[in-house]
Design a protein around this ligand. Structure first.
Ligand SMILES: Nc1ncnc2c1ncn2[C@@H]1O[C@H](COP(=O)(O)OP(=O)(O)O)[C@@H](O)[C@H]1O
Ligand SMILES: [Mg+2]
Length: 197
């Protein structure tokens, strides 16, 4: 998942998407799919506050639903964990989570996102000799020595994400487009910042 960030060019990088159909479940009947990535499918709920996220990666499940997941204003809010709803073609269970609806980055949140991704990318380059651990080190060093202009709340969130990544068998993934999103009030949200290597 370590790829050159696309944020400078403003062009979205192609993301390989999960090919599975939406699992059959009464809560998902008739809902519109609004997003899809390598391991998740996102469907709009009947109100504009929630989405249903069908996750197949255990990394996403730990991040979004574990009791000791990082929480706070820069993390996605979980409304409900509806449990296992099927099996994905990648071999993992599909789990259905009801989480807050987020928006693509815009305005000041997009600026902060760029700052964070650039600092992360610079760290990945600096720690390239650490191989698969370069992302973890890059994140750790952003928390220790943050770029000027990154708000204290976001530095704290990066530190909490870094701690989470040390506790679980996951790696950071800040570079894929769509992994950073924002709340309606413009707060940057680390929507999908981890993957299972
Ligand atoms: N909470 C959300 N609200 C609205 N759209 C979302 C939300 N989470 C993800 N999405 C959309 O779904 C896409 C895939 O979600 P993502 O979490 O990146 O999945 P994956 O784990 O497969 O990478 C995102 O690029 C985004 O467009
Ligand atoms: Mg993603």
């Amino acid at each position: 998942m370590i790829e050159r960030p696309s944020t400078d060019s403003g062009q979205a990088t192609e993301v390989a998407c999960l090919a599975d159909p939406v699992p059959a479940h009464p809560l998902l009947d008739g809902l519109t799919e609004i997003g899809r990535g390598e391991s998740s499918i996102v469907l709009a709920s009947r109100d504009d506050k929630h989405v249903f996220k069908v996750v197949s990666s255990p990394a996403d499940y730990f991040y979004l639903a574990a009791d000791d997941r990082p929480t706070g204003i820069h993390f996605p809010h979980l409304f409900a964990d509806h449990g296992i709803v099927g099996k994905a073609s990648n071999g993992y269970s599909f789990r259905l989570l009801e989480i807050e609806r987020l928006l693509p980055l815009a305005g000041e949140a997009a600026e902060l996102g760029r700052m964070l991704v650039n600092a992360y990318w610079e760290g990945c380059e600096k720690w390239a000799n650490m191989g698969v651990n370069r992302g973890r080190l890059a994140l750790y060093h952003i928390a220790q020595d943050p770029p000027a202009g990154l708000p204290a709340s976001l530095v704290k969130a990066v530190a909490a994400l870094s701690d989470f990544i040390e506790e679980y068998p996951v790696q950071p993934d800040l570079l894929n487009p769509g992994n950073l999103m924002m709340r309606g009030d413009g707060t940057l949200v680390l929507s999908d910042p981890v993957f299972l290597p």
